[in-house]
Design a protein around this ligand. Structure first.
Ligand code: NAI
Length: 345
């Protein structure tokens, strides 16, 4: 049996991988992948990694040295990978879509909770406090939602919003001309939206797409939803916009500095992140720890596609879900050999 080191293992990962796997010996490692833990992959030609694993130059060099030749990411996003360093050495595969519904629905859950103050009401009624003061929300019907990124998740979020009778404005670097989506430039979206929701990947262009300048352009009392990647939002700018009431509330499933925090229990520790502490302390900020993907359908699909990715790699066949820095699928679209020979190198 081929050995596969599985980093950053959680109980919910194991459940589906163990149910569906017949061919591989998974070595489940609780720690995240980084230059200190990469050595644990010795003896494995392939490893499985997740969103907050550090797959930078140093990690890649160690993995290559100990014999790793394939990294199967059990996620869609890949901003944590140094593709240039991996190119020619280690094939990188991912799960492009497992349940875009799971993520889009979580975005709407955050918006509904924020707007109707369900988090506050829940705490009050548990204490037999049935007062309604401070719980006033707004009708979403008729409001304008600005969607940045109209790929798989963004499109589903748009449909959910349309179901609520909301008007949708969208911005995408590569607009889908066939879709019935009202595209506008970014400035118009920022100026006219009552709610702004992020659904684009993290790239050099999208880092801090919601910056101090961007917040200045927004309507007074806008809601911000980020279920994509933390670094899309400049956290200090968001904090300031919350203080000045420019932003009425924020629903965040991701955070700029989440890598060493999210997915773990720090309830008995002091967390030395002042920005996060301030965000958490605000009653109009809801933070979930990158759980947008966490439905049973998504977990099953993640395990299924990751196992298929491993099969293709070990069979020597076409790598359907491989990605490299010059690939069609990256934001850096260039000529890639994948179209001709089925693999990026
Ligand atoms: P996708 O690739 O289908 O769509 C991304 C869209 O963003 C594309 O339409 C693309 O053209 C657009 N885009 C690229 N660069 C842009 C730019 N500079 N400005 C505006 N738009 C740009 O990706 P999908 O599946 O919809 O996922 C979106 C993001 O959601 C992922 O990149 C990931 O960061 C995040 N995600 C979060 C999860 C969670 O659990 N919270 C789970 C899965 C994904």
């Amino acid at each position: 049996m081929k050995k596969v080191a599985f980093f950053d293992t959680k109980s919910y990962d194991k459940e589906w991988f163990n149910k569906l796997n017949e061919k591989y010996e998974f070595i489940f490692i609780e720690g995240k992948l980084n230059p200190r833990t990469a050595q644990l992959a010795k003896g494995c030609e392939a490893i499985c990694a997740f969103v907050n694993d550090d797959i930078g130059k140093e990690t890649i060099d160690i993995l290559y040295e100990v014999g790793v030749r394939a990294i199967v990411l059990r996620c869609a996003g890949f901003n944590n990978v140094d593709f240039k360093e991996a190119y020619g050495k280690i094939n990188i595969l991912r799960v492009p879509a497992y349940s875009p519904y799971a993520v889009a629905e979580h975005g709407m859950a955050l918006l509904l909770t924020l707007n109707r103050k369900i988090h506050k009401a829940y705490n009050r009624t548990r204490d037999f406090n049935f007062s309604l003061s401070g719980l006033v929300g707004m009708d979403l019907h008729g409001k304008t939602v600005g969607v940045i990124g109209t790929g798989k998740i963004g499109k589903i979020f748009i449909n959910i919003c349309k179901g609520f009778g909301m008007k949708v404005l969208a911005y995408d670097l590569f607009p889908d001309k066939k879709a019935e989506i009202n595209y506008v430039d970014l400035d118009t979206l920022l100026k006219e939206s009552d709610i702004i929701s992020l659904h684009c990947p993290l790239t050099e262009e999208t880092k801090h797409i919601l910056s101090f300048k961007a917040f200045e352009k927004m309507k007074e009392g806008v809601y911000i939803i980020n279920i994509s990647r933390g670094e899309l939002v400049e956290s200090e700018a968001l904090l300031q916009a919350l203080s000045t009431k420019k932003v009425a509330g924020a629903g965040l499933d991701v955070y700029e500095e989440e890598a060493n925090l999210f997915f773990e229990d720090f309830s008995n520790s002091i967390v030395n992140d002042d920005v996060l502490s301030l965000l958490v302390s605000k009653p109009n900020v809801i933070i979930t720890s990158h759980q947008g993907f966490l439905t049973k359908e998504a977990l099953k699909n993640i395990a299924k596609v990751t196992l298929e990715n491993l099969d293709e790699y070990f069979d020597g066949s076409k790598l359907t879900n491989e990605i490299c820095y010059q690939c069609e699928e990256s934001s850096n679209k260039k000529e890639c050999t994948k179209n001709k020979v089925g693999r990026c190198f």
